[in-house]
Design a protein around this ligand. Structure first.
Ligand code: C5P
Length: 398
């Protein structure tokens, strides 16, 4: 279940073209279980009508400071009263300026001034407006006032220019908002981890790989980052977006993965091996494409380094977490791997329960025994793993 479930989010929409993205944002927030109440500025309502947001949120949409529908005529106070947060997306340069200076001349600005709940803004504007000295000053002012700023990103802009100022996509905003509410169980920790399959080249176009999708590893990287950790994700070849705030290093083969892990390891508190690392690689990689002939082709394979076992055996090793995907006898194989690699914690699952899909059923193994987690979306399983891991980590010194 998303951390946004049952949260009341007041979504303010000011007048920028990125307002069209707010429709998808309302849909995704609703899908995550949030109760979304939309407040449109006059400009926002010129881009997308209240009807759209009413249909998507299932709640009354508010636009007018003088709206008589609120029984006590206090929409500017009541709307934010029991909210978990106010998110303004898009937040235009003008809205940020008015926020910075405490203006209260429409419902949205008044609501923001009269609030006692967290305020988050997602700026959206043309590159020159974003870079202009007044906007820079205003963003600094609202940050100093405790407002959280999500984005903006660089990229194509509606005005035809390319640069900084594009509002984050709806999926990115939901991910950041979830992260905002996640308890910071790994604050100050450095986590290095692997994810995905590996690819062991046979020739320039062929290789040995496996069916790991990387979804569990990426979900765990996201959960660690949302829990406040600094995350370096060493990834095999997958087609997944890098989670917000995660530093991703591409490493297709086991040996490249090992090198990238050891590069990132200094200062790591935790190492998590989620990758399905190939146990073997071809003894030789052909420089040119192998040509077919009628003969049998024999590939000679040589063992790959076991990255996790090597890291766990280091003097002063970080807290190491292994993964084991088994096709049978999960308890015996998983606990056997944990002991042979000397790991304080291992996450086991049956291949049919997790590999490739969006859900997983896992059992956590540690010195105290086995701890099954309920079947859930990989994002939720990842949060369960993070909370167990945080409980096992030694309290930080100092
Ligand atoms: O392949 P195996 O089942 O032994 O994998 C168990 C754990 O060891 C996983 O966490 C995997 O990421 C890690 N591993 C590794 N390097 C290998 C093989 C496995 O880091 N060469």
């Amino acid at each position: 279940m998303s951390v946004l479930n049952d949260r009341k989010i007041v979504l303010g929409i000011s007048g920028g073209i990125a307002a069209y993205k707010a429709a998808e944002l309302v849909r995704l927030l609703g899908k995550a279980g949030a109760d979304v109440h939309v407040v449109l500025s006059e400009g926002g309502a010129r881009f997308v009508t209240p009807v759209t947001f009413q249909a998507l949120s299932g709640n009354t949409v508010w636009t007018d400071l003088w709206d008589a529908r609120m029984p006590n005529n206090m929409a500017h106070i009541d709307l934010g009263r029991d909210a978990d947060a106010i998110l303004v997306a898009p937040a235009t340069a003008d809205f940020i300026a008015r926020l910075a200076h405490g203006r209260a001349d429409d419902l949205l600005s008044t609501l923001c001034l009269a609030r006692d709940v967290p305020l988050i803004v997602a700026p959206a504007m043309n590159r020159q407006m974003w870079e202009s000295p007044p906007t820079r000053r205003n963003v600094d002012l609202i940050r100093a006032d405790g407002v959280t700023v999500f984005g903006p990103a660089a990229g194509d802009q509606a005005c035809g220019e390319v640069g900084m100022g594009r509002m984050l996509e709806a999926e990115e905003l939901v991910e950041l908002l979830e992260g905002y509410f996640v308890p910071k169980l790994l604050a100050g920790r450095r986590v290095v981890m692997t994810a995905g399959p590996t690819f062991e080249a046979i020739d320039p176009v062929r290789g040995i790989t496996n069916i790991s999708s990387g979804k569990m590893g990426y979900a765990l990287a996201r959960a660690c980052a949302q829990a406040g950790a600094e995350v370096v994700l060493v990834s095999g070849p997958v087609s997944l977006p890098v989670p917000a705030g995660v530093c991703c290093v591409q490493a297709p083969s086991a040996r490249e993965m090992r090198a990238a892990v050891f590069d990132a390891l200094p200062g790591a508190d935790v190492f998590i091996g989620v990758a399905a690392v190939a146990d073997y690689r071809p003894v030789q990689t052909a420089e040119h494409k192998l040509k077919k002939s009628g003969d049998t082709l024999t590939l000679s394979l040589t063992p790959n380094p076991d990255i996790l076992a090597e890291v766990a055996a280091l003097e002063g090793a970080p807290f190491c977490v292994g993964f084991a995907a088994e096709s049978r006898d999960l308890d015996a194989y998983a606990e056997g791997k944990r002991r042979s690699k000397r790991l304080p914690m291992l996450v086991g699952n049956l291949v049919r329960d997790g590999m490739g899909g969006d859900d997983n059923t896992v059992i956590l193994y540690d010195d105290a025994g086995r701890h099954p987690l309920p079947r859930a979306r990989k994002a939720d399983v990842a949060r369960g793993i993070v909370s167990h891991l945080a409980g096992l980590l030694a309290p930080r010194k100092g």
